[in-house]
Design a protein around this ligand. Structure first.
Ligand SMILES: Cc1ncc(COP(=O)(O)O)c(C=O)c1O
Length: 465
């Protein structure tokens, strides 16, 4: 209780510009407040028995706070819940669902949890940097255990609070140690990226990424914006299965992107949230699944949230990823120490449960194999609905429109190319819930619903402008 009331008290103190005081922590403080209020508008109306009322009246000083708009992604789920139509479909949130459209907890996760119970593992505080076994397997998974950057101790790994918390910690790190440096974010990108860097007080701008004419990558625009960016900028790149477009550069394009980043002395900053297209991709897909369940994530400092193929591409060039590779091994220790310093007042230390599950699954060859099998099933289901959606659209739409971009996109999402009015029609008329940028999560789609969705898309695309 104390920890929830104290911040409220200090926020209120700051707002009314009076001396800091603690409101709810004991009778002497309450008395102090009461004495103070006797000279205020409530003078003479209070008795000691009504002190709680005085607190409630003080809270009205928050009246000037405006109502915040609903979150563009999580707000979609709230609207979906409120809809009573039986045809409704939630394609808003990027979380895996079964063919019955139910959330799925991996069997290996259940097995790892049972193991933890059997072993009687405790729930003690972790160190600030998180569970050592989790950090080790994560760095090895992402970079490859044989990667010289791992072997030479050049990777500083911190277990953060899921992807968002890791990005936020990275934002705090950039703000403190690279003052004035800009982060470049793809246009479009996951909606929370801008919020995170705004709250971190890190300046950002966008680089071109999506070309609406081709529903593909605006590669020339991207390259030209990376060239134009101030030297030494942080370039935020989606490691795999770009959110929201599902459009990734080809290996050749990645090489050219790496050329420009190297020429301009930029620092690549990888955010890897979805990986379903390759074997290695599936590994992180599991991590994503665990994240939503267990709220954990990893922050890699020399390569923030990297994926192996890209890590190899960039590290093979001898490039600095987040910090200079030419620095000594001590650098990772120094960076880690500063990250710990940032994390301590932010959230103190990360939760243990999810990290133990990951360490148990990835560290055990039998569970690791089972994990890969489950990943194959999950990735396969998404691939099947992607194909069926494409088939249904192609069969039903007689206009000759080419829907093959859906098959070229990868990961959980499809960027349909529908504009805001068309996306509104999807929801208002067809009860299909999706983000207003035209993104649909195929993980929330079943084979049984593909034809219905195709009808909704065709109607919205052709009859709404
Ligand atoms: C590109 C990207 N980065 C980061 C995140 C945040 O991940 P988490 O939900 O683990 O905080 C997401 C989640 O949707 C995402 O799409």
């Amino acid at each position: 209780m104390a920890s929830t009331t104290l911040p409220l008290a200090s926020a209120a103190s700051a707002m009314c510009n009076s001396k800091p005081r603690t409101w709810f922590s004991g009778s002497s403080n309450v008395g102090h407040m009461f004495r103070k209020e006797r000279n205020g508008p409530l003078s003479g109306t209070l008795s000691t028995g009504r002190i709680t009322m005085a607190v409630a009246v003080n809270v009205s000083r928050f009246e000037s706070i405006p109502m915040a708009p609903p979150d563009p992604i999580l707000g979609v789920s709230e609207a979906f819940k409120a809809d009573t139509n039986s045809a409704k479909l939630n394609l808003g949130v990027g979380a895996y669902r079964t063919e019955e459209l139910q959330p799925y907890v991996l069997n290996v996760v259940k097995k790892a949890e049972n193991l933890m119970l059997e072993r009687g593992e405790n729930k003690e505080y972790l160190p600030i940097e998180g569970l050592a076994a989790f950090n080790k397997v994560t760095a090895e998974l992402l970079f490859g255990a044989d990667n010289p950057v791992v072997q030479q101790g050049k990777v500083a790994t911190i277990q953060g609070l899921s992807g968002t918390g890791s990005l936020r910690l990275a934002g705090a790190f950039i703000e403190r140690y690279f003052p004035g440096a800009k982060v470049l974010i793809s246009s479009p990108s996951w909606g929370n990226h801008k919020n995170i860097f705004n709250d971190s007080r890190v300046p950002w701008s966008e680089y071109r990424y999506y070309d609406p004419k081709t529903v593909g990558l605006d590669f020339d625009g991207m390259i030209s914006d990376l060239k134009e960016a101030p030297e030494g900028s942080f370039i935020l790149l989606h490691g795999c299965a770009h959110n929201p477009t599902g459009i990734d550069p080809t290996p050749e394009q990645w090489e050219k992107i790496a050329d420009v980043i190297q020429e301009k002395n930029h620092i690549p900053f990888f955010d890897v949230a979805y990986q379903v297209s390759t074997f290695l991709a599936r590994i992180n897909f599991l991590i994503l699944e665990l994240e939503s369940e267990m709220c954990y994530r990893v922050l890699l400092v020399e390569a923030l949230m990297q994926m192996p193929l890209l890590v190899r591409l960039f590290t093979a060039r001898g490039m600095e990823l987040f910090v200079a590779q030419s620095y000594s091994k001590n650098l990772a220790a120094r960076v880690r120490s500063q990250l710990k310093r940032l994390a301590r007042p932010m959230y103190s230390n990360p939760p243990i449960h999810g990290a133990r599950i990951v360490a148990n699954v990835v560290g055990d060859p039998v569970l690791f194999n089972e994990w890969k099998e489950e990943m194959e099933l999950m990735a396969g289901r998404i691939k099947n609905v992607r194909q069926k959606l494409f088939d249904s659209l192609s069969a039903k739409d007689k206009s000759g429109k080419d829907w093959s971009f859906i098959l070229r996109q990868i990961g959980m999402f499809s960027f349909t190319g529908l504009n805001k009015a068309q996306s509104d029609n999807m929801t208002d008329k067809w009860h299909v819930y999706m983000t207003k940028d035209g993104r649909i999560s195929l993980a929330g789609l079943s084979l049984a619903k593909c034809e219905y969705l195709a009808d909704a898309i065709i109607d919205s695309f052709h009859n709404v402008s």
